[in-house]
Design a protein around this ligand. Structure first.
Ligand code: IRN
Ligand code: FE2
Length: 562
């Protein structure tokens, strides 16, 4: 690795996630190529069963102790270098070009096995441009993932330093930490010092696709003055990042000169960093954006590495008042035009979406995106369903995220509690990831993704049967679930007790229903008819008792009180 001699990163979080073991399923390699090792996490249950879940954490959760950690300066094993690599199709060596030519790549087989789909289904979705597999050939450490509405909803976690805070070590740890809790991709949005070196450390140790916004680094190269940006500087930055192995790049090529005035009267103007940089450039030069005018050249560069476009929403609404306005949708139409150009070059494309949108205006965003952008995977930032809760914007945005994902968004960009307030720290990253896993999974359930509900069912059964440990371990955050439980009932026997401190033993509805069920079993009440017959018999017995007692409604006090 091209890093300095004194290593800036000495360690990261390792060790299995509580109650589970990292495992790999071997898929035999085709035509003498290396086998594929498909990761998953096995949760062992106390009743002897187990439950397997999708896993994004790389080998970090396989290491049981810190001394097993690979040499971080060397990076992860370059496994994908051993995979089968088909010949180019019309000059393009991209998943899109191969899929269109009817070729099922190792990356397609890998993601199909990972999600429980037929590889042919994966190929079809990629060929249609409805799904992407961001996988730069220069990122051989990658365990590929598929992003598309037919598959499980994915989540991205943003990390990266800023001019005022954070170090390389902290950013590498955030990457490991974000993927530990389920981040499907990470974006390195570093804008501070050592951008290239920070990214190198992240890339070489990242088992997930890594995205960037190259205009941020390009801006650093011109000392923060957007008017000094040129196509050449941008182009050089893109190539530098492609060479490092970045898998997808946000490019704000839809911010056209004529759209900038449309944002003038907004409540919050232009909130996208990349969007505001490009708007400033267009206005200063009174010229069309170089990202737009050089778009075809950009396609050729990305095609060379199979880097996926994430066409940026530089004019996304930054407030409820600005949602679904003309500036936003004008840009979306241009993104539709650029989607077609990128695909004609064999380059994979995703489309970025809002922002801040009230609930009733969310679905329209998905419908329009699908119509204008040929159903290219939609990748949205939340959206926040209200503006009034800074410090809780992981929640305001997860509400919007669940709705937009159910409507068809393929990947959700997380929002942390620090949104609008500061750079997220490690705890914020975990809160953001878990919050977004909830939104994504809720959408998977609503969309009927095969296999999504089985985890809910397992957890519910564990809850009903008072298998507390299984309930913790099946959850998205076993550590916090256990900690909350143990706050009031720390003793070991409480892990099998038929109640918790919320209602206590007498008022536990789960225990009462278990009693009802036991009663039913004891009296052999299997079918509804059995239950009805038993009820009728009991009622008859009661009314007989009433009649025998004299048939009086008012019973003398001494007979009712013990
Ligand atoms: C996702 C959808 N819309 C925006 N995003 C992400 O927001 C984008 O991928 C990047 O990670 C982040 C900041 O982008 P701007 O502010 O430069 O547009
Ligand atoms: Fe915002």
């Amino acid at each position: 690795m091209s890093v300095s001699a004194s290593s800036p990163v000495s360690t990261v979080t390792v060790g299995p996630i509580e109650g589970s073991e990292k495992q790999y399923r071997t898929l035999p390699g085709a035509d003498g190529a290396a086998d594929l090792q498909v990761p998953y996490r096995r949760i062992a249950l106390t009743n002897g069963d187990h439950h397997d879940v999708y896993d994004t954490s790389g080998p970090y959760t396989q290491y049981t102790a810190e001394d097993q950690l690979h040499d971080l300066a060397e990076g992860l094993l370059k496994t994908r270098d051993g995979w089968n690599r088909p010949a180019p199709v019309d000059g393009a060596s991209t998943q899109l070009a191969w899929a269109r030519a009817g070729i099922i790549t190792d990356e397609m087989r890998f993601v199909a096995a990972r999600e429980g789909f037929d590889p042919e289904k994966v190929r079809e979705e990629v060929a249609a441009g409805r799904a992407v597999i961001p996988a730069n050939r220069k990122h051989p450490e990658l365990e590929p993932a598929i992003i598309g509405k037919a598959f499980a909803v994915k989540i991205n976690a943003n990390i990266g330093n800023s001019a005022v805070t954070s170090s390389i070590a902290e950013e590498v740890e955030k990457m490991v930490w974000a993927t530990r809790w389920g981040g499907d991709t990470i974006m390195d949005l570093s804008t501070g010092k050592d951008i290239h070196e920070t990214r190198e450390w992240i890339m070489r140790n990242a088992p997930v696709p890594v995205g960037t916004v190259p205009i941020y680094q390009a801006l650093e190269k011109v000392k923060g003055d957007p008017t000094k940006l040129t196509w050449e500087i941008f182009r050089g930055t893109v190539i530098e990042q492609c060479e490092q192995g970045v898998d997808y790049m946000t490019v704000h090529a839809g911010v056209l000169l004529r759209y900038v005035p449309l944002a003038a009267n907004r409540v919050t103007g232009i909130v996208s960093r990349g969007g505001s940089i490009m708007a400033a450039w267009c206005l200063a030069h009174h010229e069309e954006s170089f990202l737009y005018t050089h778009f075809r050249e950009l396609c050729e560069i990305l095609r060379e590495y199979d880097v996926t476009f994430s066409l940026g929403d530089g004019l996304r609404p930054g407030s409820i008042a600005d949602a679904n306005d003309e500036a936003q949708f004008a840009e979306l139409r241009t993104l539709g035009e650029l989607t077609k150009i990128a695909k004609s070059h064999g380059v994979q494309v995703m489309i970025e979406g809002p922002g801040h949108v009230p609930m009733h205006k969310i679905v329209e965003n998905v419908r329009l995106e699908e119509e204008l952008c040929e159903e290219a995977p939609f990748y949205t930032l939340g959206p926040l369903a209200t503006d009034i809760a800074p410090a809780y914007d992981h929640i305001t945005s997860a509400i919007g995220a669940a709705i937009i994902a159910q409507a068809g968004t393929a990947m959700l960009c997380y929002v942390t509690p620090k949104e609008h307030l500061g750079l997220p720290n490690r705890d914020d990253v975990k809160t953001g990831v878990i919050t977004y896993k909830i939104a994504a999974h809720a959408a998977d359930l609503a969309k009927g993704h095969p296999g999504a509900q089985s985890r809910d069912d397992e957890l519910s059964k564990a809850r009903f049967e008072f298998r507390w440990v299984d309930q913790f371990n099946l959850s998205l955050d076993p550590d916090t679930a256990r900690e909350f439980h143990d706050e009031t009932l720390p003793a070991e026997p409480a892990k099998t007790a038929h109640f918790c401190s919320m209602c206590g033993p007498k008022f536990c509805s789960m225990r009462i229903s278990a009693d009802v069920r036991a009663y039913a079993q004891e009296h052999n009440l299997v079918t509804q008819e059995d239950i009805d017959a038993k009820l009728a018999a009991d009622m008859a017995a009661k009314s007989q008792e009433f009649a025998d007692a004299g048939g009086r409604v008012y019973i003398p006090l001494e007979t009712t009180h013990a």
